[in-house]
Design a protein around this ligand. Structure first.
Ligand SMILES: Cc1cc2nc3c(=O)[nH]c(=O)nc-3n(C[C@H](O)[C@H](O)[C@H](O)COP(=O)(O)O)c2cc1C
Ligand SMILES: O=C(O)C(=O)c1ccccc1
Length: 389
């Protein structure tokens, strides 16, 4: 067991009295501010914005604020354990890189920069269906490092099956099926900025290289890129799916299937009935249903329904170490980090993503210790109280 938090913290102080004048930000707020400076309006608001009036985006952060940690003392926290087991594999930290599409709009290193940063840290990278470079290229730069694939379940079953086949063949070890985005939400910033990255060829790398997708086109994507993108807009999502359709996924992959975007306890029960391997409590960072429940508010209700039968992960609002601790204490086995990684990518590419994740891990480890806890697997509600407003 290594106490990673203290190592990273001392690593910073050891640069005294001559700290690097170009050192990267530490606080989430400063990363976001710096990202705002380097990005144009279109890409910045695509990342930072949410659906409608952004009430759910606010609810996500508010929910974290309402829960308060009540630290315990004199509990020997000298040696700590941050590792978790998920779907039969061990991971060093209860943290994953959330699936994020169109990373090429944020930095030229795009998906590959993020994937490399994750590989260096052993943080699983969840490659989005909407990556700009194909999943095989991402796999190539990651070597043996852990990676999962996020499926946008296409209207065309041949494309969905082909994506599953390709993910399995290129070493992804779980399939994250995102259920909350069969279509893009009403996003007011993007409408005002008239900004939709796919229409300029970003985020369609998996599709344009896919044999099933290309077989449906009259001309190849090289010959007629516009027709290929127009076809993408028709087949990207599938609003007609029902619970019974999950059998299709089970038939086409041996990998663990994890449903992302669960908020209702009854849906968590349906997920278990349909034999999935895990769920992710998420409202997509407030980017889909404006007015939806804050993800952290949904988490304990979902965990009550699941009763430990399958692992529950969560995302939407994780900004610093104490957020990770709160989510784990409320029943999440691990969390996904979304926008913070994107601000790191915007500011400093691979180095930025690595710094954001490393700092969050350090902050999490130190906060756990100071709360009187030794293992991420032993966190529970006994160290939390909820402020009622
Ligand atoms: C720019 C952007 C693109 C995203 N693209 C995807 C995607 O392709 N697939 C997916 O499942 N979720 C996607 N998400 C949602 C994230 O996986 C995650 O649920 C969300 O970022 C969590 O909220 P937070 O970033 O506020 O913590 C995206 C989020 C952002 C900000
Ligand atoms: O923008 C998003 O939130 C998202 O999930 C998405 C959907 C399709 C392509 C790229 C990103």
């Amino acid at each position: 067991m290594t106490n990673i938090g203290n190592q990273i913290q001392f690593g910073v102080y050891q640069t005294m009295p001559n700290p690097d004048p170009n050192r990267l930000p530490i606080a989430f707020e400063e990363w976001e501010e710096r990202a705002r400076e380097v990005l144009e309006d279109g890409p910045y608001y695509y990342v930072a914005g949410g659906a409608g009036g952004e009430n759910t985006m606010k609810a996500n952060l508010h929910a974290f604020n309402r829960w308060k940690i009540v630290p315990r003392m004199l509990r020997n926290v000298e040696n700590r354990d941050t590792s978790v087991e998920l779907f039969g594999k061990n991971y060093n930290f209860p943290l994953m890189h959330a699936p994020i599409g169109v990373q090429s709009i944020i930095h030229e290193e795009g998906d590959l920069g993020s994937a490399r940063a994750c590989a260096e840290l052993g943080v699983p990278f969840i490659a989005s269906s909407a990556s700009t470079v194909p999943m095989e290229k991402i796999a190539e730069v990651m070597g043996d490092a852990p990676r999962w694939f996020q499926l946008y379940w296409s209207k065309d079953p041949d494309i969905a099956a082909s994506f599953l086949r390709r993910a399995e063949a290129s070493g992804y070890s779980a399939i994250i099926v995102t259920l909350d985005t069969p279509m893009m939400a009403w996003r007011e910033h993007d409408l005002r900025n008239v900004y939709l990255p796919f229409l300029i060829g970003e985020g369609v790398g998996n599709y344009l290289t896919d044999p099933a997708f290309c077989s449906k086109l009259e001309k190849s994507p090289q010959e007629d890129p516009n027709a290929a993108i127009m076809y993408w807009t028709q087949v990207f999502g599938n609003a007609s799916l029902t619970w019974d359709d999950l059998a299709f996924l089970r038939k086409h992959t041996k990998l663990p299937i994890v449903l992302k975007g669960i908020l209702h306890p009854d849906d968590a029960k349906l997920a278990i009935e349909h034999g999935v391997d895990g769920i992710i409590v998420s409202n997509h960072g407030g980017r889909q249903v404006d007015g939806a429940i804050g993800a952290l508010d949904a988490l304990p209700l979902v965990c009550d329904a699941v009763q430990g039968q399958i692992p529950v992960l969560m995302d939407s609002g994780i900004r610093r170490g104490s957020d990770v601790i709160k989510a784990l204490a409320l029943g999440a086995k691990a969390v996904l980090v979304g926008r913070p990684c994107m601000y790191g990518l915007a500011v400093a590419g691979e180095k930025g993503v690595k710094a954001v994740l490393q700092n969050m891990i350090a902050d999490m480890d130190i906060t756990m210790a100071l709360a009187g806890e030794r293992s991420v697997n032993e966190l529970g509600k006994s160290i939390l109280v909820n402020e009622k407003f």
